[in-house]
Design a protein around this ligand. Structure first.
Ligand SMILES: [Ca+2]
Ligand SMILES: [Ca+2]
Ligand SMILES: [Ca+2]
Ligand SMILES: [Ca+2]
Length: 465
């Protein structure tokens, strides 16, 4: 029985829902030749092949994406990631033999990806006909109605590729370098991303502000046996990666250490990294109805911040900007903070913009299955006590680096979960244009009010006389 209990909460990672797949858009009232008015920049646009019939069956290396600004045509940075018949990505980078069942054609479940900032004006009718375009992609911001366009075509007419590369993966160092951020993965806790820095392009100073994600599980079984698990009890093995111009997808197989050093079942998950944001799905794997055994339960998940984060302002929907300032002390105001979070809309921000400390601004969100939203509750975890004389160093990390600040979430109600697997996704973005409280709204809108996407087949137009 113990063994079952010991493996009870494996924060394992498995393929989650694709968050950024484009939403359908119905309204089409913008005239041909209209100028781009889309203000958003960092939303990725992911289009499944079945939404672009004009491209189906086309060899992928022949596909191109172009945009128009002031009548000038330009290549749009894009990538196409193939998925096999089961929907799994084909991890060709580092494994040139990997291939989809159709051996490199664009099919209905393959994905075309680009960034909305690279969209341009709408073509005039004569341009559409003259340019050999196959399909028009229109993105519309439901908040301000701003719209942008780009076009898919082939090398027959548009052989040029953009030389931009927005995000890269270093397989030796296991690091991500994107235009707006840098990320690493902890050597000792490899499922835990670490070493986050916001680049100057992303509005930061390029200095590492956090070290690692922390997971702290503390459970008592019938008040006798104590189970403690941390991020260091996880094993994370890279299974493959894709490093294209627009995104990096890293697949890992994660498992958690159980008794006698044996690891539990491995679950695979894909982490995705874009220009400014990253998506890391995970699965809580509960092998038994834990509530039958547990008498106490404490589960925290958070991030551990370095001294370089000093002066950053932390806030949530319930903690006003300016109350929580990372400086190693819990002020009287911080001790009295409202720690509530809304389970259906969990987010918090860290920003160096409000006190002029320059680290940049990051928004963190957690997305969960409906069952988890109904069963669990969550509150803010905020621990700014490194300067307290009675503060005990964390037993997991005390020999690794100076602890400075940690925070994020305390989860409650885990003991109510029946056995099963549950999805939790961490979604984070750099906020490059953050300047004042309230600016986080625009970044929340990336998921809350996603760009509407309309795709129109324009290949017939060029066949007209
Ligand atoms: Ca496919
Ligand atoms: Ca294919
Ligand atoms: Ca790349
Ligand atoms: Ca403080």
């Amino acid at each position: 029985m113990n063994r079952k209990i010991v493996c009870l909460l494996c924060l394992l990672l498995a393929p989650g829902p694709s968050l950024s797949l484009a939403q359908s858009l119905k309204d089409d009232t913008v005239p041909r030749g209209a100028q781009k008015m889309l203000q958003r920049t960092i939303d990725p646009i992911v289009i499944r092949g079945d939404r672009v019939p004009a491209l189906l069956g086309t060899p992928i290396e022949k596909i191109r994406v172009v945009g128009f600004r002031n009548d000038e045509i330009y290549p749009v940075p894009f990538q196409i990631d193939e998925r096999d018949t089961k929907g799994s990505y084909i991890f060709r980078t580092g494994n040139s033999q990997a291939k989809d069942a159709d051996n490199g054609l664009f099919d209905d479940n393959d994905e075309l990806v680009f960034m909305c900032k690279d969209m341009g004006d709408r073509t005039r009718e004569d341009q559409t006909k003259a340019s050999g375009l196959l399909a028009e992609v229109m993105a519309n911001d439901p908040v301000d109605k701003g719209t942008g366009w780009c076009y898919v075509t082939t090398t027959d007419r548009h052989p040029d590729l953009s030389d931009a590369d927005y995000v890269s993966y270093d397989p030796q160092k296991d690091t991500i370098t994107a235009i707006n951020y840098h990320l690493g993965f902890s050597k000792r806790a490899p499922n835990s991303y670490a070493d986050t820095a916001v680049t100057p392009a992303g509005g930061g100073n390029g200095i590492r502000v956090n070290d690692r994600v922390i997971i702290r599980l503390d459970a008592a079984v019938f008040g006798v046996l104590h189970i403690r698990r941390s991020e260091e009890d996880f094993r994370s093995v890279r299974k493959g990666y894709i490093d294209g111009p627009v995104r990096v997808i890293k697949r890992v197989g994660n498992s958690v250490r159980q008794v006698f050093g044996i690891y539990g079942p491995e679950i695979e998950v894909d982490y995705t990294f874009y220009y400014s944001n990253w998506v890391m799905p995970s699965v809580i794997d509960i092998p038994v109805d834990v509530g039958k055994y547990l008498s106490e339960f404490d589960f925290r998940g958070g991030t551990h911040w370095t001294e370089a984060s000093k002066g950053m302002v932390f806030y949530t929907k319930y903690i006003a900007p300016g109350v929580a300032i990372i400086d190693g002390h819990m002020s009287e105001a911080e001790k009295k903070m409202d720690l509530r979070l809304d389970i259906g809309h969990i987010w918090h921000c860290y920003t160096g913009a409000l006190q002029g400390t320059g680290q940049g601004s990051i928004l963190f969100r957690i997305l969960m299955d409906e069952f988890l939203r109904k069963t669990l509750s969550v509150k803010t975890y905020y621990n700014d006590r490194c300067n307290d004389p009675d503060f005990e160093d964390d037993p997991i990390t005390k020999n690794e680096y100076k602890r400075y600040f940690e925070g994020s979430y305390v989860w409650m109600g885990m003991e109510k979960l029946p056995k099963g697997r549950y999805n939790i996704t961490s979604w984070s973005t750099i906020m490059p244009d953050y300047g004042k409280p309230g600016d986080e709204k625009r970044y929340l809108d990336i998921l809350d009010k996603p760009l509407g996407i309309k795709i129109e087949d324009v290949s017939e137009r060029r066949k007209l006389p």
